[in-house]
Design a protein around this ligand. Structure first.
Ligand code: HEM
Length: 519
């Protein structure tokens, strides 16, 4: 008779044998076996999932590049590349790659998640007009009205304390910027709003957004988990609650918007574009109700925390760099005769110090810091001279690209002057220097899958900061968000804004206080 010991041995070896064989394959015969990287990363995606969960992935990738060089095998089937050539080869136009299968966590029929290039082109054609120059001009008045409310609220002194010389109480700008951008995006895309700037009733949704991008980030790195909600429930129950919350939230937005549309069919917004579009071949609705819901959820999140983090970073760095602050303030305050003249257009575009401050903040604190994985098409592709086999993943760590010392001398220093032509030097050489630097700068990504709302987001960043500078003074009111000694590798630099690299970045702070300028 077969004894307990024999059964145990047989069971263990049937479990262990495939794992051992797979490990040997991954370390020897696998097409990525020749690339250096952390041993655990070569063997399992769990290592990357761990860093996605704790929000240190941008730093881990940076440390890996410092240790192993330009190419790092970060997961068994994925390498990260740190060079401008590699970046263009992965994300640029006409490359033989598509979005990796891990994007199915967003839903395979959701603009950001679609893998098939033809299906993507169809949906992009529907969405694109919502972010054209003329559409942005239509969005601008709504945006400006919301920025006005933001300025009113952040300059309030809510503490009712004794004399404060006109200064507001300190505000946590990550929170306030999220209230601003969520109100903007909900009004522009869905003609509805949760009025986060003026009411505390819905403030909880920002926590839901944060949890959903954390969960999304983990599942991007752990693609063997097939079913999004079930996987989350089994392995990440502390994050799983956010998926049904987002679903409920998206459904409530849709139902509110459909009701409004019935009462007033003339409403023009981005939701109207994608919820009513018809397939030219079949005449049927182009997006099924599930696709409408998924795109709704995506727009709410992609359009809020990203811009919020970028504005918070701009406040963080400008409040700590008095010379830069003075230059931007002088520039904005002398460019416009009155606050109502602050509009998107040539005058705002000529505010080169303001734009440089925003660029430098996007460089230091980019919002998409996990590698945006791409999968090689049939026949494979070439990335910075390396052959990538069909089906394998490749990506870039944007934080590392933005901190290449070859492109950005003193890379951890926030320095807006690096974006400005130095008049004491040769003009052509200076322009060439900035051009070369820009090859390693891609906060919105590049190529066919770059941010569809790049110009919209830049308009929001420029209009917000220009209006703040015109109407208010501001200063730092605490160290929240700063690097500090003992905070761990890469987090010890004082004066550097820290963030968690979930699928999008998450910050806390800075604390800023404001004062209305004399008329
Ligand atoms: C500073 C602000 C923003 C930054 C830095 C940013 C960055 C990015 C990046 C890097 C991607 C590429 C993602 C990928 O390859 O998977 C992306 C895609 C996308 N973004 Fe943004 N974004 C910002 C604001 C916005 C806003 C305001 C909206 C909507 C109103 C938006 C909507 C989208 C959408 C729908 C996609 C998917 C596009 C596609 O696959 O065609 N983003 N964004």
């Amino acid at each position: 008779m077969v004894g307990f010991q024999e059964i145990l041995v047989a069971t263990l070896s049937s479990i262990l044998a495939p794992i051992i064989l797979l490990s040997i394959y991954r370390l020897t015969l696998h097409p990525y076996a020749k690339y250096p990287g952390p041993l655990l990363g070569k063997l399992t995606s769990l290592r990357a999932a761990y860093y996605a969960h704790n929000g240190d992935m941008h730093l881990d990738i940076e440390r890996c590049h410092q240790k192993y060089g330009k190419f790092v095998r970060y997961r068994p089937n994925a390498i990260v590349v740190n060079s401008p050539e590699g970046y263009q080869d992965i994300y640029g136009t006409g490359k033989k790659v598509k979005k990796a299968k891990s994007y199915k966590v967003h839903g395979i029929t959701n603009l950001i998640g679609i893998q098939d290039k033809k299906d993507y082109a169809k949906q992009k054609k529907i969405m694109q007009p919502g972010f054209s120059d003329s559409a942005n001009r239509e969005h601008e008045p709504t945006m400006i009205r919301t920025i006005d409310t933001f300025i009113e609220k952040i300059s309030e002194n809510e503490t009712q304390e004794k004399a404060t010389d006109g200064w507001s109480n300190p505000k946590n700008m990550t929170l306030w910027c999220n209230y601003l951008t969520t109100d903007v995006v909900s009004k522009v895309i869905f003609t509805t709003s949760w009025d986060l700037l003026t009411s505390t009733a819905n403030h909880g949704i920002t926590e839901t957004f944060k949890t959903i991008v954390r969960l999304t980030g983990v599942l991007h790195q752990w693609p063997t988990l097939r079913n999004y909600e079930l996987s989350a429930l089994l392995f990440l129950p502390h994050l799983a609650w956010s998926a049904p919350s987002l679903k409920k939230f998206s459904l409530s937005v849709m139902s509110r918007r459909y009701d409004m549309g019935e009462k007033d069919p003339s409403i023009k917004d981005v939701f109207g574009l994608f919820s009513t579009a018809r397939d030219p071949d079949t005449g049927e609705l182009a997006l099924a109700p599930l696709d409408v819901r998924r795109n709704t959820g995506n727009f709410i999140i992609a359009g809020s925390d990203t811009t919020a983090s970028s504005i918070s970073a701009s406040f963080f760095y400008l409040a700590r760099n008095p010379t830069a602050y003075a230059k931007v303030a002088q520039e904005v305050r002398s460019a416009f005769p009155s606050v109502s003249d602050i509009r998107a257009g040539p005058t705002l575009n000529n505010c080169v110090y303001l734009r440089a401050a925003i660029n430098e903040s996007l460089r230091m604190a980019p919002v998409a810091t996990q590698p945006l994985w791409r999968e090689a098409d049939p026949g494979g592709c070439i990335v910075d001279g390396q052959q990538i086999s069909e089906g394998l993943n490749v990506g870039a760590g944007i934080f590392s690209l933005h901190h290449r010392p070859e492109a950005f001398p003193d890379p951890y220093k926030w320095d807006l002057e690096r974006w400005i032509v130095d008049p004491s030097k040769d003009e052509e050489a200076e322009k060439e220097r900035i051009k070369e630097m820009s090859r390693s700068f891609a906060p919105f990504s590049v190529g066919p899958r770059q941010c569809i709302a790049k110009n919209f987001a830049l308009m929001e960043l420029m209009l917000t900061m220009a209006n703040v500078f015109y109407q208010l003074d501001f200063e730092s009111a605490g160290k929240l968000g700063e690097g500090k000694k003992g905070a761990g590798w890469g987090r010890e630099r004082e004066g550097e804004f820290q963030f968690k690299s979930y699928f999008t970045s998450y910050m806390d702070g800075p604390m800023i206080r404001f004062k209305k300028r004399e008329a």
